[in-house]
Design a protein around this ligand. Structure first.
Ligand code: ZN
Length: 347
């Protein structure tokens, strides 16, 4: 039995004891959880009890964005040791699956992902995790940053899909946490300038703290015109659509340059019409992303190098005993909040 933040059903959280698997396999490490970030998906499960086909049918521990310290290692683990500061990839594929063999383990239909029903998450003081999906943090990367690697890896995946060339101009639609992760990844990946849109000025002010990220307020600013003005009439080389709204999907297709690329990152709640002829007339490339594969070590390397600073995005940290309060704060969705974290243990 362990204490954990348990989602009992939609709208009902409790911090209570629950039976969790704690057997350490030969390829596993035991990790004392230090920090866990609250993700939009955790909040969605809390509010609605489901995301698409994933329905919370019995009590489930929340949390999947975590960093901690190794406290025990299995007999076959050689690359990690007790005391190592680490962060964990929350999705574990079947290593024998076709997806794993192809290197696209993120789309393995059998992937077991923390806090995706029926799999428990990591908002509990100790977890057992495969060492192959556990990554050591450099000394200069904090636990709070380690817990930000998970959402940052999505931006990394989108940036890799975009095949950015040095000096590209990018547009990100939607300045939520994932939009910001795409913007920072795109800059680190070689973009000269990244424009970012939102309907809410406070969100854009957070984005604008970063050099070379240019905010565009909707509907005040005409996004296509601003992109054209910045690119001698050509348009954005790359667009990361992160809002998942019909209007921003149209904006993405309007603003992208001929032969440019649109990466569909945001997830519309319902199917949305897409202007295929407009896309064809510019012969744009379209890409999609689902989580990430093989991005954690690259993400950690960029954070450790100082090229990407995620610290300004950590809005507030709550103690483990305040976990429910932390979730209620996340539900408020204050425009000035990017990432709310929970400090589970450690110093
Ligand atoms: Zn997440």
């Amino acid at each position: 039995m362990a204490t954990a933040l348990v989602l009992e059903e939609a709208g009902k959280l409790s911090l209570r004891d629950i039976a969790l698997t704690e057997t350490l396999g030969s390829g596993d490490v035991r990790i004392s959880i230090d920090t866990v970030g609250i993700c939009g998906s955790d909040v969605h499960y809390y509010t609605y009890g489901k995301i698409g086909p994933f329905v919370v049918r019995k009590p489930m521990v929340l949390g999947h964005e975590a960093a901690g310290v190794v406290t025990e290692r299995g007999a076959d683990v050689t690359h990690l040791g007790v005391g190592d500061r680490v962060c964990m990839e929350p999705g574990i594929p079947n290593p024998a699956s076709k997806a794993s063999k192809l290197g696209v383990y993120n789309v393995d239909p059998d992937v077991q992902f923390w806090a995706t029903p029926p799999v428990h998450g990591c908002l509990t003081p100790s977890v057992v995790h495969p060492a192959a999906f556990t990554y050591r943090l450099p000394d200069n990367v904090t636990m709070a940053e380690g817990a930000m690697v998970e959402p940052f890896a999505i931006g990394m995946q989108a940036t890799a899909r975009a095949k950015i060339k040095p000096g590209d101009v990018a547009l990100v639609t939607g300045s939520g946490p994932i939009g910001l992760m795409c913007a920072l990844s795109a800059l680190a990946g070689g973009c000269a300038t990244v424009f970012i849109t939102d309907l809410v000025e406070e969100k854009l002010q957070i984005a604008a703290r970063y050099e070379n990220i240019k905010p565009l307020l909707i509907p005040r600013d005409d996004v296509s015109e601003r992109l054209k003005a910045a690119t001698e009439g050509w348009g954005a080389d790359v667009v990361f659509e992160c809002a998942g709204a019909a209007a921003s999907i149209q904006t993405a297709l309007d603003a992208v340059a001929p032969a440019g690329c649109v990466v569909w990152v945001g997830m519309p709640v319902d199917p949305v019409p897409v202007d295929i002829v407009l896309a064809q007339s510019k012969e744009i490339r379209m890409e999609t992303v689902f989580r990430y594969a093989n991005m954690y070590d690259r993400a950690i390397a960029l954070i450790g190098s100082g090229k990407v600073d995620l610290k300004p995005l950590i809005s507030e940290t709550f103690g483990f005993e305040e976990s429910i309060k932390a979730f209620d704060r996340a539900v408020e969705a204050r425009p000035t909040d990017v990432k709310i974290q929970i400090k589970v243990s450690g110093s």
